[in-house]
Each structure stands twice: as C-alpha cells, then as structure tokens.
Write a protein that binds this ligand. Structure first.
Ligand SMILES: O=C(O)c1cc(C(=O)O)c2c(n1)C(=O)C(=O)c1cc(C(=O)O)[nH]c1-2
Length: 252
C-alpha cells in the first residue's frame, strides 16, 4: 500500500511547500471533533476548563522546546529570529508573555492558577503528547525540529475561527479572557514564514524532504492526540484518568 505523503523524487520548492500545506489541510486539529464542538458552542463550562487546563501543558513546553532549537542553531542570524519565540511566551520581565496570558484565560474560566500550573491534573495523554513534541525537537535532526513547528502555518486559521465563535456562543467568556490569541495572529505568520523558508532551503534531498513532511505529520498527530484525550475524558465516553481534573459538571 502506498502511504500518503510519500516522496519518491526530489520536489521543487513550490511542490514541497504545497505538500506541507496539504498535510495541514488533512491533519490539522481544526478538523478535530472537539474543536468543532467548541466553535459550535456545544461545550460545557467544565469542558472548556478541561481544554484550558490541558493545553497549558503545551503552552508551558513551547519555550522549552524553542530553547532546544536555539541551542542547535549554529549561526547568530537564525538564533536572533528564533529567540523572539521564547520572549513571546515568557515575556521579557516587564511585559507578560503568552504563558501568563494563557493562565489569564484559565483563571478567567474559573480555574485555580496553581492547579493549572502544577500540570498534574492534566490528562496523562496530554502530558505524553507534549513530551513527544519536546523529545522530537531534541532527538531528531534540526530540519525535523524546525519543520515540526510548521503547524503554525495553520494556527491563524484555527484561532480566527475559535475566538469569534467563543465570544459569540459562550456568554461567560470575554474578549479580555481570550487576549492570549490576539498577538498570535501576527506572531504565528512571522514564525511560520521563517520556519518555512528554512525548511525549503535545507530540505534538498528526497529523504530530507520526506523527513520534513513526516515531522509535520507527527506534530499534527501530537495536536490531534491532545484533543482525542480531551474528547475521551470529557465528552464521550467521559472517562477521566485517575487523578485528572474533574469539572463540576462532569457527567460521571
Ligand atoms: O491555538 C492553536 O490552535 C495553536 C496551535 C499551535 C500549533 O499549531 O502548533 C500553536 C499555538 N496555538 C500557539 O499559540 C503557539 O504559541 C504555538 C507555538 C507552536 C510551535 O509549534 O512552536 N505552535 C503553536
């Protein structure tokens, strides 16, 4: 059986870019049933809390994985570009960064900040998925590490769908609570453009191109697995792992 996204000859840059974008079309978490329920206004407050609490683990890992990439870049020029990502998430000591804004989202949904930060109330599968992302960036080639960030090519679309839908359909959530997302709409395209140019420049052989595409597929799988875990624990069959966060409105 021919696998999907198989590369059997060297692709031109525009063909490789088209293939990477096709991975997103087919595999990005915008297509996940949990995201669909969210934008249709069908999640309960407890399910929204579970999403924010679990996704905090991802947010908290992003600057750590970017620090790994930074440590693997030989030249100052890409390091200067890449370090912006860490500042975006950690802040610079004077302005809040993305992690703090995510905590504002979580507390705006009624969660206790220490409970969110502890990460121990996240689902095991969430923690394993996030760990897999950090491990990928650490252990695979630099090209694969950078290619795995290319889901950011697609995040403006999911954010642009999510934010207005939440504001319209969940009356207890305010624009201020969702302020995490506004800067992402310009940060993500800037970051994705840099990463895409890097991948198109450095993936020269068919093997390297395949490795880059596969890294993006793996990253889509990681994001997908995180929503699968939420769906299983909080939507259907609503089976929470022992020790995980149980919202007040959980059916069991
Ligand atoms: O809201 C989203 O659905 C979404 C998705 C992604 C992504 O596609 O990985 C990121 C983000 N948000 C995000 O806020 C973020 O900072 C981010 C960093 C990265 C990355 O892989 O380096 N992805 C994402």
């Amino acid at each position: 059986m021919k696998r999907s996204f198989e590369i059997d000859r060297i692709l031109e840059r525009r063909q490789l870019e088209a293939l990477l974008r096709q991975v997103g079309e087919e595999r990005y978490h915008i297509n996940h049933p949990f995201h669909r329920l969210m934008v249709e206004g069908k999640l309960s407050k407890g399910q929204m809390q579970a999403w924010a609490l679990n996704r905090y683990c991802y947010q908290a890992a992003i600057p750590r994985k970017d620090a790994i990439i930074l440590s693997r870049l030989d030249d100052p020029e890409p390091r200067i570009a890449w370090r912006e990502r860490i500042i975006d998430h950690d802040g610079d000591g004077t302005k809040p960064g993305g992690i703090e804004r995510w905590l504002k989202l979580a507390t705006g949904l009624g969660l206790n900040v220490d409970m969110v930060k502890a990460q121990i109330y996240a689902l095991p599968a969430t923690r394993f998925a996030v760990g897999a992302y950090v491990t990928l960036v650490e252990k695979r080639s630099l090209l694969e590490a950078i290619a795995s960030s290319l889901t950011e090519l697609f995040s403006p679309k999911v954010i642009s769908e999510r934010v207005p839908a939440i504001l319209k359909r969940y009356d207890y959530i305010t624009e201020d609570t969702l302020s995490y997302f506004s800067p992402r709409l310009h940060q993500a395209p800037r970051d994705a453009e840099f990463a895409l140019a890097y991948v198109l420049e450095h993936a020269k052989t068919a093997e390297e191109q395949q490795a880059a595409v596969d890294a993006l597929i793996t990253k889509c799988d990681i994001l997908w697995a995180m929503l699968d875990a939420l769906h299983f624990a909080y939507v259907e069959p609503a089976l929470c792992a022992p020790g995980a966060f149980v919202p007040e409105d959980h059916p069991r």
